[in-house]
Every structure is written in structure tokens, then in C-alpha cells.
Design a protein around this ligand. Structure first.
Ligand code: 5AD
Ligand code: SF4
Length: 439
């Protein structure tokens, strides 16, 4: 949903989210244009942060943010298509926007569904005038200018960009924790995943530019930085060797933590393939780097991992876990698991349950496999029936609940902190831990 009034807006833009409906020819904050925007976001933290940047782009152009779509000159909807359910919501929400649409109002679709559906969105929802995937956000200012100049439809659907989306101003939602994308896109090509299609190829941001922004954030009073990327630890510093030192991901972690005023550094999501001992050593050595790693396993069966094209076996994953568990500081580990991937047998599923028992994750995001357009797994044989996926998911969630209850009892008994206690942004819901965003 739209964010309520927040400090970040004021701090960075000298303006807040307007709670009132209506047009603003003579708005109180002196906004010359009176133009307003409403921005709704679904999906992962990358989407949340992209929306913060989009808001920054609009605020810099004199727009003000409002809480209701009917009060806005521009309504933007940042979408997610990682699973079918999330993608299905988009057109029903666009239908709702149609009913509240005023004359001259611009309605735009951003994010993964925009990238995936492209101009098809205009056909299904002709009241939409902007469609832009995340790999084209760099062009957003020009696209908005075209709409302001009277164009009725604009699109940004290229994924061949080699640049990241950096803005002069980002409107951050949290007064002390700042998200910072260090790598965009994904080159991993897991067979079930739309991300490589919707977010384009991997591209990293230069370490010098990242560190400059972290210093600015510290000067503004932020104390916590969360480094973001679909595969954040695949970071490859593009700094030219002539003008500076290229940093490994672990070195960047340390450098960010060493910026005066920054007290905590988090990072997500890590890919097991690129998770090396140097990252564990950085966590061991620098207290400011949070001792939590999100390391999606997806399945405990080597056969399923191979079909998923995850590039590691069960044993290789468990070796990484051993390395993490051997660290001098206790490191919390969370994961993502998919059940019901095509061809997943009962034995494969049992392997996943056994792996969970072995690792004892502090938290797990668990999903039923959802077939997605363009992905290799879409055409795979031996689809698992929906009821069977639901059965396996329920067993998995129960297993995770037992594990977490045991870990909690242990942690509370010893008065130690744990991942759940240390992450107020996550919350438990029903049978497990869920992201706060609504997928
Ligand atoms: N079906 C179910 N879950 C998926 N994920 C990604 N693609 C799919 C899909 N097609 C899950 C993975 C990933 C998390 C963000 O979403 O577990 O790590
Ligand atoms: Fe998707 Fe795999 Fe890339 Fe993660 S690593 S975004 S699951 S393709």
C-alpha cells in the first residue's frame, strides 16, 4: 500500500506525503506545479527501493505525494510477477484505478508485470498511459517529461541496459535504515524464475559511488544500510582499475560498515554459488556487519536443484552452511524454499525436510511452485497437482514452525538475540515468517 507520512521525505525533499485529496494549484508547500502522484508498491525490497527512487524522481520535478489515487495527477503502480498470484492482482487493481480515474489523470504501470506484459497492458487496460520495466527506469524522467508534454502513451521496455538506476534524489521511507541497490538484474537463469527476463542482466554499481552515497546517508543521520541485489554477493565492482580499486563484495561490506555514523550493515539476497569464506570472515571481523545471511536453498534434493539450474548440489550447499556455522560469531541463516517443482518426488520432498532439520533455519520463506511465462520450467513434464503442492507446503511450514519454536526457546533461555528478535521488519504470520510486502 502507499506509505504513510514519513521522515525520509521531509529530510530529503523538504516535503511530505500529502494526506488531503484535491488539486494543488496553490499548495501549501509552495509546489509550483500543483502536480501530485500516488505510488503503490508490491513485491520485494528491490521493488520497495525502486519506488523510493521513482518517488525521488517525481519530487525533484515538483510533484507532491498523496495518499489516495483519486487525489493524484499521476497514479503509479509498481508491480511484481514472481508468482502467478502476485501478477493476477495487477489487472484487478488497474480496474479499481479505472473507477477512480479523473479526466487528464496519468496511470502508469511499473516493475516486473510491466516488463512481462509490455504493450499488452494498453490493450487490456486502455486507461493506462505509461508502461515501464525496472531495467528502463533510467529513462523514467524523460518518459515523464513526454507525458507532461502531452504524449498519451509511453513505454520503457528495454532490458539491454548496462547501467543501474541512480537518481539525484531518493525519497526514503524509513528514517534510520536506508536501502541501497548495489547490483541490479540477474544472470543466474534458475529455471523457474522470471527475474532474468523482467529485471534484465546483472549490472553492478561502482564502489566509489556506493560509498559516496553511504557517507551522504550517514551525514543525514541514517545509521543502518541494507545493501540490495537479487544476488547481492555476485557484486562485481565496475570501477575502472585506472581510477580506483575494484572491491570484492566482502571488502565493500567492510568499507560500508567503516563509514563514520553507520552502525549496521545488512545485505540480501545471497546466492549460494558466490557465497565464500571471505564474507564469513568479514562478518566475524566487523561487528557492524549484521550476523544474518539470507541464503535461499530452494530444495534439499540434488536432482531438483539440477532441474532448477541452481548450480550447486545439496552437499555443496551444506558445506557452505558448515562454513557459516563454524564462524566465531553466531550467524543467523534464513532461506527460501519452493515445493512442488515439476518432477519433485516424495523422496525429493523428504530430502528438503531432512535438510531443514539439519540446518535449522532461523526463518524460511516457503512457496508453492508457480509456473511463470518464458521460464524453462514452464514446459517441464510431471507437474505436481495443486492439492499435492498445498499438502507439501503445509508439512514444510509445520516443520519450520517446530524448528523456530525450538530455536526461540533456546534463545530466550540463554537471553540471546536471534534473527527474529533482531529484524523488526519481518513478522510472523500464521505458519511461518512472511515478508511484509504483499505477494
Ligand atoms: N514459483 C515459486 N516460487 C518462486 N520464487 C521465485 N520464482 C518462483 C516461482 N516460479 C521464489 C524463490 C525465490 C523467492 C524470491 O521467490 O524461492 O528465492
Ligand atoms: Fe531468480 Fe535464481 Fe536470479 Fe534468484 S538467482 S533472481 S531465483 S534467477
Amino acid at each position: 500500500m502507499a506509505k504513510a507520512f514519513d521522515f525520509g521525505v521531509e529530510r530529503l525533499a523538504g516535503t511530505g506525503v500529502a494526506a488531503e485529496a484535491g488539486t494543488h494549484e496553490h499548495s501549501q508547500d509552495g509546489c509550483a506545479t500543483g502536480r501530485t502522484f500516488f505510488l503503490e508498491t508490491f513485491g520485494c525490497q528491490m521493488n520497495e527501493h525502486d519506488s523510493e527512487k521513482v518517488a525521488g524522481v517525481l519530487l525533484a520535478r515538483g510533484y507532491r505525494q498523496v495518499e489516495k489515487p483519486e487525489a493524484a495527477s499521476v497514479v503509479l503502480y509498481n508491480t511484481c510477477s514472481i508468482r502467478e498470484k502476485a501478477a493476477q492482482k495487477v489487472f484487478s487493481r488497474l480496474g479499481e484505478y479505472r473507477t477512480t480515474k479523473k479526466d487528464g489523470q496519468i496511470i502508469g504501470v511499473l516493475g516486473c508485470v510491466a516488463q512481462q506484459e509490455g504493450e499488452e497492458i494498453f490493450a487490456r487496460a486502455p486507461w493506462v498511459s505509461l508502461v515501464c520495466g525496472s531495467a528502463s527506469y533510467r529513462k523514467l524522467p524523460q518518459m515523464i517529461a513526454q507525458l507532461e508534454a502531452g504524449n498519451t502513451r509511453v513505454t520503457g521496455l528495454d532490458t539491454d541496459t548496462d547501467e543501474t538506476f541512480e537518481t539525484e534524489m531518493t525519497r526514503r521511507d524509513n528514517p534510520w535504515r536506508a536501502y541501497l541497490t548495489i547490483i541490479e538484474g540477474c544472470d543466474k537463469a534458475c529455471s523457474y524464475c522470471v527475474v532474468p527476463f523482467t529485471r534484465g542482466p546483472e549490472r553492478s554499481r561502482a564502489s566509489g559511488s556506493i560509498l559516496r552515497e553511504v557517507k551522504e546517508l550517514a551525514d543525514l543521520g541514517y545509521t543502518e544500510v541494507q545493501l540490495l541485489g537479487q544476488t547481492v554477493n555476485s557484486y562485481a565492482d565496475p570501477t575502472p582499475t585506472s581510477s580506483g580499486r575494484q572491491m570484492r563484495f566482502s571488502e565493500l561490506l567492510v568499507a560500508v560498515a567503516e563509514v563514520a555514523g553507520i552502525r549496521r550493515v545488512r545485505f540480501t539476497t545471497s546466492h549460494p554459488r558466490d557465497f565464500g569464506k571471505d564474507i564469513v570472515e568479514a562478518i566475524e571481523a566487523v561487528p557492524g556487519i549484521c550476523n544474518h545471511v539470507h541464503l535461499p536453498v530452494q530444495s534439499g534434493s540434488t536432482a531438483v536443484l539440477r532441474a532448477m539450474q541452481r548450480t550447486y548440489t545439496r552437499d555443496e550447499y551444506l558445506e557452505k552452511m558448515e562454513m557459516i556455522r563454524a564462524a566465531k560469531r553466531t550467524i543467523s541463516v534464513t532461506t527460501d524454499i519452493i515445493v512442488g517443482f515439476p518432477g519433485e518426488t516424495e523422496d525429493d520432498f523428504r530430502d528438503t525436510l531432512r535438510l531443514m532439520e539439519e540446518v535449522r533455519y532461523d526463518g524460511a520463506f516457503t512457496f508453492k511452485y508457480s509456473p511463470r511465462p518464458n521460464t524453462p520450467s514452464l514446459k517441464m513434464a510431471d507437474a505436481i497437482p495443486e492439492e499435492e503442492k498445498s499438502r507439501r507446503l503445509a508439512i514444510l511450514m509445520e516443520k519450520q514452525r517446530e524448528i523456530q519454536a525450538g530455536l526461540m526457546r533456546h534463545a530466550w533461555g540463554r537471553g540471546t538475540n536471534c534473527w527474529l528478535a533482531g529484524n523488526r521488519e519481518e513478522k510472523t504470520s500464521g505458519a511461518g515468517i512472511r515478508r511484509i510486502t504483499k505477494l
